[in-house]
Design a protein around this ligand. Sequence first.
Ligand code: ADP
Ligand code: MG
Length: 703
Amino acid sequence: MGTLTELFAPDRIAVIGATAREGSIGRAVTTNLIADYEGEIVPVNPKYDEVLGLSCVADISEADADMAVVVVPPQIALHAVEAAGEAGVQNVVVITAGFGETGGEGASREKQLREIADKYDLNVVGPNSLGIMSTTGGMNATFGPDNALPGGMSFMSQSGAFITAVLDWANDEGVGFKDVVSLGNKAVLDETDFVDHWGDDEETDVVIGYLEGISDGRAFIDAARKATQDTPIVLVKSGRTDAGAQAASSHTGTLAGSEQAYEVGLDQAGVLRAESVQELFDAAQMLANQPLPENKDVAIVTNAGGPGVMSTDAVGDSDLSMASFSQETLDEFSEKLPVEGNIYNPVDIVGDADIDRFTDALDIALADENVGMALVLSCPTAVLNYEELAEATVELREKHQKPVAACFMGGERVNASASILQDAGIPNYFDPSRAIGALDALAEYNDIQSREYDEPTRFDVDKEKAHKILSRVKERGDNRLGVEAMGLLDAYGIPTPQGEIIDDPEDAREVAASIDGPVVMKIVSPDILHKSDIGGVKVGVEDEDVEDAFEDLITRARNYQPDANLLGVQVQEMVDLDTGVETIVGMNRDPQFGPLMMFGLGGIFVEILEDTTFRVAPVAESEAREMTEEIKTAPMLRGARGQEPVDVDGVVETIQRLSQLVTDFPAIMEFDINPLVATPVGPDEDSGVKAVDIRLTVDPESL
Ligand code: ADP
Ligand code: MG
């Protein structure tokens, strides 16, 4: 797959299946191209010499094209793509439907399409796509009813119908685009490829998208992190299903839904998420046209008290704050504004304000270095002309280079001023909360841009040993492992308490005697998921009680499930839970984003407390640290209520080491380390973490 530059800026486009037949897609695409496309159009169809006034060739090999649009029926579409590849055409847009979306034969057709693309190294959009547009060269290679206006947004959508709806609206509003792509089934090119391309495209100011799923979450995160260094990405949330999520047998699996993965993954990617189409465009237009704010503090200048209060509330609901003005600013306001006004934020310049007073107030507010951005809020009055106010707003935005949103309220009388604002990239909203929401997106992007991503640390580990332990599932014909897999933790450098699995009461006593102090005894069986649920964990067993405890544990397991596969009893050193905190580190493999790591407050009440946080692995040190800071009970780790702080560094390292484990072994479907006990660092600087319990699900096929 090569660069996508030519896909959006071809010199010669072949339309394979072009026809003049009324109501056909071939006609619609050809007509759309004829409308504005600056390059050459070559219809390809053995049935005609001419199509819609263009001379038609019988075969793609005669077209000398650098892009092909395929609109022929599905049965011959593969042949058309292959012929395009053979003819040296690098870019192919497959509009034809009847592929993966229909299942069965369509699915195998899609697989073949992928193979052909691989063979000829083709950039393929679709299949089942509305087509693509690029306003730079006037190219509308879609069968939609409208062409896009030129602008700085590049737009990808998994729904072609959504594109037609958006364009209808955008054309009305004067909202323009650079490129538009209907992704279709994403057989070859997917969202990651376009993010990559638009991230480097000078003419794309902001990337927006409607996605129903992400093909390869990790690749997307990496591409988006790079692109968002200078190009913001806003995606609208789409209805997602839990399809593909396996029946979870771990705590992490239960707590990590696909919604979690999507949210966390997009956040790690530096993508802004919109909750609605309106939010998508509000944010995108701001991002495409306005300078970024230096801080998150908003000044509101208004000629109406009530809307001023509404806007202040909206700021309260956002991540922005109300700017506090410097003394100098306040003095200037006092000088210029009537005494009935309010010189504090929101600045109320009162209903009789004329254009001069409005301009002065906005100028003063924007000049204050405590002010990062402004909202111009106005209700219609007899002494104010909205168009003059719009012009002044545009000028002052230019003068101060700070983002400005407008809320000129009203109906009909707003229209002329709104288009002056729109032309300058200042959207006008009736509702102040939309204006604040759009400013909020700018501030959020500012934060994203200043993020620094550190590379995940690679620890020195014993992969071979880990592989051996994981492979036990093969011998057992099962896919679950419990504490008998503790060795996995040793292999990855994670401290565990001293302990052994024993199948004889006398040996158990011997092991207990070799461990200082009382011990913990646990039933070991792949069939018993939650040991304490059946009384399968005994804490604080004295040496002389070990044999009885052993018998009792076996009896309990037998009573619970007579045919359970009992591997024995684990005799384990006790860790100090008085000074320690039980945490959980887990992973659940998400169908889109891959390994989703979880950290939280652990113990047997994990699901009830639900104090957890997630990251897509591999997790870098800074991300692991953030995880330990994000949970509600984070203060417990750092020493709340006179407790000594626990070994947070040890926890951070353990999260990273486990992240490496799941990255190294895609066969691990899910796991819980619960509890990972974190205690204060010992006097001789011993690690303060110990993994006390482990449970995992392994896919033997992928080992
Ligand atoms: P399960 O999760 O299957 O019930 P665990 O091994 O996690 O079994 O044990 C349950 C609880 O018992 C832990 O959350 C912890 O409170 C306590 N516990 C288990 N092992 C130890 C240990 N070695 N030292 C101290 N407490 C322990
Ligand atoms: Mg446990």
